[in-house]
Write a protein that binds this ligand. Sequence first.
Ligand code: ZN
Length: 151
Amino acid sequence: MTPDLRELYQETILDHSKRPRNFHEIADANATAVGHNPLCGDRVTVYVRLTDGTIADVAFVGQGCAISKASASLMTDAVKGKSKTQAHELFEKFHRMVTGRPGDPVDTQSLGKLAVLSGVCEFPVRVKCASLAWHTLEAAIQAKKEIVSLE
Ligand code: ZN
Protein backbone atom coordinates (compact mmCIF):
# COMPACT_ATOMS: atom_id res chain seq x y z
CA MET A 1 0.00 0.00 0.00
CA THR A 2 1.37 3.43 -0.87
CA PRO A 3 1.71 5.99 1.96
CA ASP A 4 -0.87 8.22 0.23
CA LEU A 5 -3.43 5.44 0.06
CA ARG A 6 -2.76 4.47 3.66
CA GLU A 7 -3.37 8.06 4.73
CA LEU A 8 -6.61 8.26 2.75
CA TYR A 9 -7.79 5.00 4.32
CA GLN A 10 -6.97 6.24 7.81
CA GLU A 11 -8.78 9.53 7.22
CA THR A 12 -11.89 7.70 6.03
CA ILE A 13 -11.87 5.42 9.10
CA LEU A 14 -11.49 8.42 11.39
CA ASP A 15 -14.31 10.24 9.61
CA HIS A 16 -16.70 7.28 9.91
CA SER A 17 -15.81 6.71 13.57
CA LYS A 18 -16.36 10.35 14.48
CA ARG A 19 -19.45 10.88 12.35
CA PRO A 20 -20.96 7.43 11.86
CA ARG A 21 -23.53 7.14 9.08
CA ASN A 22 -26.92 5.56 9.77
CA PHE A 23 -26.31 5.88 13.51
CA HIS A 24 -29.84 5.62 14.88
CA GLU A 25 -32.60 3.14 15.69
CA ILE A 26 -35.20 2.13 13.10
CA ALA A 27 -38.67 2.24 14.62
CA ASP A 28 -40.23 -0.15 12.08
CA ALA A 29 -37.27 -2.53 11.79
CA ASN A 30 -38.33 -6.15 11.23
CA ALA A 31 -34.93 -7.68 11.97
CA THR A 32 -32.53 -6.76 14.71
CA ALA A 33 -29.63 -8.26 16.62
CA VAL A 34 -27.17 -7.28 19.31
CA GLY A 35 -23.44 -7.88 18.99
CA HIS A 36 -20.78 -7.84 21.66
CA ASN A 37 -17.03 -8.11 21.41
CA PRO A 38 -15.89 -8.73 25.01
CA LEU A 39 -12.23 -8.58 24.02
CA CYS A 40 -12.48 -4.87 23.28
CA GLY A 41 -15.81 -3.96 24.85
CA ASP A 42 -17.52 -3.08 21.57
CA ARG A 43 -21.31 -3.28 21.58
CA VAL A 44 -23.57 -2.81 18.59
CA THR A 45 -27.26 -3.18 17.87
CA VAL A 46 -28.13 -3.50 14.19
CA TYR A 47 -31.60 -2.64 12.88
CA VAL A 48 -32.80 -3.81 9.49
CA ARG A 49 -35.99 -3.20 7.56
CA LEU A 50 -36.32 -6.04 5.08
CA THR A 51 -38.68 -5.77 2.13
CA ASP A 52 -39.01 -8.87 -0.06
CA GLY A 53 -35.54 -10.08 0.91
CA THR A 54 -33.95 -6.71 0.26
CA ILE A 55 -32.32 -4.54 2.90
CA ALA A 56 -34.51 -1.49 2.42
CA ASP A 57 -33.03 0.25 5.43
CA VAL A 58 -30.28 -0.51 7.91
CA ALA A 59 -28.87 1.39 10.87
CA PHE A 60 -27.02 0.79 14.11
CA VAL A 61 -26.43 2.14 17.58
CA GLY A 62 -23.79 1.21 20.11
CA GLN A 63 -20.44 2.10 21.46
CA GLY A 64 -16.95 0.85 21.00
CA CYS A 65 -13.57 1.59 19.57
CA ALA A 66 -12.98 3.67 16.44
CA ILE A 67 -12.56 0.58 14.25
CA SER A 68 -15.82 -1.04 15.36
CA LYS A 69 -17.75 2.18 14.87
CA ALA A 70 -16.22 2.98 11.50
CA SER A 71 -16.80 -0.58 10.33
CA ALA A 72 -20.46 -0.53 11.39
CA SER A 73 -20.93 2.80 9.64
CA LEU A 74 -19.29 1.58 6.43
CA MET A 75 -21.24 -1.69 6.61
CA THR A 76 -24.62 0.07 6.75
CA ASP A 77 -23.67 2.23 3.76
CA ALA A 78 -22.46 -0.81 1.84
CA VAL A 79 -25.46 -3.13 2.30
CA LYS A 80 -28.34 -0.69 2.04
CA GLY A 81 -30.45 -1.60 -0.98
CA LYS A 82 -28.77 -4.99 -1.39
CA SER A 83 -30.44 -8.39 -1.20
CA LYS A 84 -29.74 -10.67 1.75
CA THR A 85 -27.63 -12.86 -0.56
CA GLN A 86 -25.60 -9.91 -1.86
CA ALA A 87 -25.02 -8.69 1.69
CA HIS A 88 -23.84 -12.15 2.71
CA GLU A 89 -21.43 -12.32 -0.24
CA LEU A 90 -20.07 -8.90 0.65
CA PHE A 91 -19.55 -10.04 4.25
CA GLU A 92 -17.59 -13.07 3.03
CA LYS A 93 -15.35 -10.86 0.88
CA PHE A 94 -14.91 -8.41 3.74
CA HIS A 95 -14.07 -11.21 6.14
CA ARG A 96 -11.50 -12.64 3.72
CA MET A 97 -9.91 -9.20 3.47
CA VAL A 98 -9.58 -8.55 7.23
CA THR A 99 -8.36 -12.08 7.95
CA GLY A 100 -5.98 -12.14 4.98
CA ARG A 101 -2.25 -11.65 4.97
CA PRO A 102 -0.84 -8.13 4.77
CA GLY A 103 -0.02 -7.50 1.13
CA ASP A 104 -2.71 -9.81 -0.24
CA PRO A 105 -4.51 -8.20 -3.18
CA VAL A 106 -7.73 -6.44 -2.15
CA ASP A 107 -10.81 -6.76 -4.36
CA THR A 108 -11.50 -3.02 -4.32
CA GLN A 109 -13.96 -3.34 -7.21
CA SER A 110 -16.52 -5.30 -5.19
CA LEU A 111 -15.53 -4.04 -1.75
CA GLY A 112 -15.63 -0.35 -2.62
CA LYS A 113 -15.15 1.86 0.42
CA LEU A 114 -14.88 -1.18 2.69
CA ALA A 115 -11.31 -1.52 1.39
CA VAL A 116 -10.29 1.24 3.80
CA LEU A 117 -10.34 -1.44 6.51
CA SER A 118 -7.89 -3.70 4.67
CA GLY A 119 -5.10 -2.61 7.03
CA VAL A 120 -6.92 -4.37 9.88
CA CYS A 121 -5.42 -7.70 8.78
CA GLU A 122 -2.10 -6.45 10.18
CA PHE A 123 -3.68 -6.28 13.64
CA PRO A 124 -5.33 -9.63 14.46
CA VAL A 125 -6.77 -8.28 17.71
CA ARG A 126 -8.74 -5.71 15.66
CA VAL A 127 -10.33 -8.24 13.32
CA LYS A 128 -13.19 -8.84 15.75
CA CYS A 129 -13.74 -5.10 16.12
CA ALA A 130 -14.02 -4.79 12.34
CA SER A 131 -16.27 -7.80 11.82
CA LEU A 132 -18.62 -7.37 14.81
CA ALA A 133 -21.22 -5.29 12.94
CA TRP A 134 -21.18 -7.76 10.04
CA HIS A 135 -21.70 -10.81 12.26
CA THR A 136 -24.53 -8.92 13.93
CA LEU A 137 -26.09 -8.03 10.59
CA GLU A 138 -25.95 -11.69 9.56
CA ALA A 139 -27.65 -12.73 12.78
CA ALA A 140 -30.37 -10.14 12.24
CA ILE A 141 -31.19 -10.96 8.64
CA GLN A 142 -30.96 -14.71 9.11
CA ALA A 143 -32.92 -14.49 12.37
CA LYS A 144 -30.54 -17.04 13.83
CA LYS A 145 -29.99 -15.62 17.26
CA GLU A 146 -30.45 -12.26 18.77
CA ILE A 147 -27.24 -11.87 20.69
CA VAL A 148 -23.87 -12.37 19.06
CA SER A 149 -20.80 -12.64 21.22
CA LEU A 150 -17.39 -12.90 19.59
CA GLU A 151 -15.28 -14.84 22.05
ZN1 ZN B 1 -12.92 -2.71 19.25
